[in-house]
Design a protein around this ligand. Structure first.
Ligand code: GAR
Length: 189
């Protein structure tokens, strides 16, 4: 059984979808949900889903081994599901090719610092892009630059609002993220 820890900063609808996907899995178990925001909705979801959870601050993450220790004890893979802080080098070193992020755009477009969540969809609509989509990728030391594992796109209609694009992105994320995680784990062990 491979153990997955999910890191999330916000609502956590992807985190919940991943937990539900693996609830009866023989291959993957979600052991913990961690958040850098102590009032994030994802922590309420964790409670409701009976998944152990914890919040942490900048010092825990960047100036000590507190989070690293929790990850080492609980994770074979780390999944970033709307997690907005950069992963520190000590965590990258301990989990080579074992950290997977989802980004709500077709990278390399609309990636990098400040490009997250609704900011991405606002930019896509403002630039009248004809398509957008999701990218699932390994995490390295630069925001949104690790090797791409999976992408999927959809047509952005001229009438689509920022909220329409956000909804279409979430739909794609829910449909694909858990399955891609499963495939990676099956392939890489
Ligand atoms: C998701 O759309 C995810 O792709 C995005 O945050 C949203 C979280 O939604 N991630 C990023 O922007 C990372 N740069 P959720 O909290 O409902 O799962």
């Amino acid at each position: 059984m491979k153990r997955v820890v999910i890191l999330a900063s916000g609502s956590g609808s992807n985190a919940e979808n991943i937990v539900k996907h693996f609830e009866k899995s023989q291959l993957v178990t979600v052991t913990k949900i961690l958040s850098n925001k102590k009032d994030a909705m994802v922590l309420e979801r964790a409670n409701r889903l009976n998944i152990s959870s914890m919040s942490f601050n900048r010092a825990d993450f960047y100036e000590s081994e507190a989070v690293l220790d929790v990850l080492k004890q609980n994770a074979d893979y780390i999944i970033l599901a709307g997690f907005l802080w950069k992963i520190p080098q000590n965590v990258l070193d301990a989990f080579p090719n074992k950290i997977i992020n989802i980004h709500p755009a077709l990278l390399p477009k609309y990636g990098g610092k400040g490009m997250y969540g609704m900011h991405v969809h606002e930019a896509v609509v403002a630039n009248k892009e004809k398509e957008s989509g999701i990218t699932i990728h390994y995490v390295n030391e630069n925001y949104d630059e690790g090797a791409i594992i999976f992408q999927n796109s959809f047509e952005v209609l001229p009438s689509d609002t920022v909220n329409d694009v956000a909804a279409k992105i979430h739909e794609l994320e829910y449909a694909h993220f858990p399955e891609v995680i499963e495939k990676v784990i099956l392939q890489n062990g």
